[in-house]
Design a protein around this ligand. Structure first.
Ligand SMILES: Nc1ncnc2c1ncn2[C@@H]1O[C@H](COP(=O)(O)OP(=O)(O)OP(=O)(O)O)[C@@H](O)[C@H]1O
Length: 321
């Protein structure tokens, strides 16, 4: 038996346009999203980010152009089937107020006719994944949870039926910075575990740089650039892209994208202070300034030295190439 190889791109948008009357709110957007990657859409308010994303699961009808998901034109898939197969998480989470946490999470599996044992297993697994104790939370109602907990349930619900594609519209918008950071790290861990293809809309550029394999910048309905975070910083396609990413901390943003592990120098004996190889260069620099050291050992998770890094080398790496 021959099987068709999975296409490398999970989502393809070709010349996608959305008009409301005379207003063109998404203007001829062409973009590809690689399977198992995270694409973050940024741009000013009203630039068409949500509209673009909502055309993928057909919550908004396309005026012209084509969108395919996993090789299939979305217009050839019944809208309800499409929406059940694509996870969707929004700011304010949209939980059903009269359903418990467990029932909220099981919404799509239930619609898909999963048996009870499988649904219960999945709910427990997701609660554990989002660090919500099942005994405490499964039977609570949304109003009994904090905003952050509700948000996590919202994302858990979007992931419940193990979708290959997850669309997220400002999913962490309402969270305070500490919880937000944790939620982002949870999402990255889950994405790595399941290989989910994610498109996420945010206003927060730090979030975009932290999460995005690609960053898509929109302005007035147009897609100005869709590139890696490094390219967005070092080769902005448009003055607006440059303005959006901010120029004052460009060096530090760039350093935050570079892993220490890939930039370290050979092991050097006699260094008394060690940093984990899992840090990025910005965090390494911050720690060295704080500790007042010019050179440190780089250590693996077992605390064995695997290299070294000097302040001089760090400063070189942050320079525009
Ligand atoms: N149903 C509609 N009818 C008419 N205009 C609409 C409709 N929905 C959205 N728009 C307009 O389309 C434009 C893009 O809206 P959209 O919500 O996609 O922007 P956005 O970039 O996601 O904005 P924000 O960051 O503020 O959420 C806006 O000017 C908005 O007013």
């Amino acid at each position: 038996m021959t099987t068709t190889p999975a296409t490398e791109n999970m989502i393809e948008l070709r010349n996608v346009t959305k008009r409301y009357g005379a207003a063109t709110v998404v203007d001829d957007v062409t973009m590809s999203v690689r399977r198992g990657s995270i694409t973050v859409i940024v741009g000013t308010s009203g630039s068409g980010k949500s509209t673009l994303m909502r055309m993928i699961n057909r919550l908004v009808p396309i005026t012209s152009g084509h969108i395919s998901v996993d090789g299939k034109d979305v217009m050839d898939v019944p809208a309800t089937e499409l929406r059940r197969s694509i996870g969707y998480a929004i700011q304010g989470h949209g939980l059903f107020p009269h359903r418990t946490v467990a029932q909220n999470i099981a919404t799509v599996p239930q619609l898909l006719g999963w048996d009870k044992a499988r649904m219960d297993r999945r709910v427990e697994e997701l609660l554990a994944l989002f660090r919500l104790d099942a005994a405490t939370f499964a039977d609570k109602y949304p109003h009994q949870l904090s905003g952050g907990q509700q948000q996590r349930v919202g994302v858990a619900r979007a992931l419940a039926a193990e979708p290959e594609v997850l669309l997220m519209d400002e999913p962490f918008g309402a969270l305070d910075p500490v919880i937000r950071g944790k939620a982002q790290d949870d999402l990255l861990a889950i994405q790595r575990q399941f290989g989910t293809t994610i498109i996420l809309v945010t206003h927060d550029m730090d979030e975009a740089f932290h999460l995005g394999d690609l960053i898509a910048v929109m302005s007035e309905g147009k897609l100005l650039q869709c590139s890696t975070p490094e390219k967005i910083l070092t080769e902005p396609a448009d003055p607006f892209v440059q303005q959006l990413t901010g120029t004052s901390d460009r060096a530090l943003k760039l350093m935050s994208l570079l892993p220490l592990k890939e930039s370290m120098q050979p092991i050097k004996p006699g260094l008394t202070y060690g940093l984990s190889e899992t840090l990025n260069l910005r965090d390494a620099l911050a720690e060295m300034i704080w500790q007042g050291v010019d050179e440190v050992a780089v250590e693996n998770t077992a605390k064995a030295p695997v290299g070294s890094i000097s302040m001089e080398r760090l400063l070189q790496l942050g320079k525009r190439s």
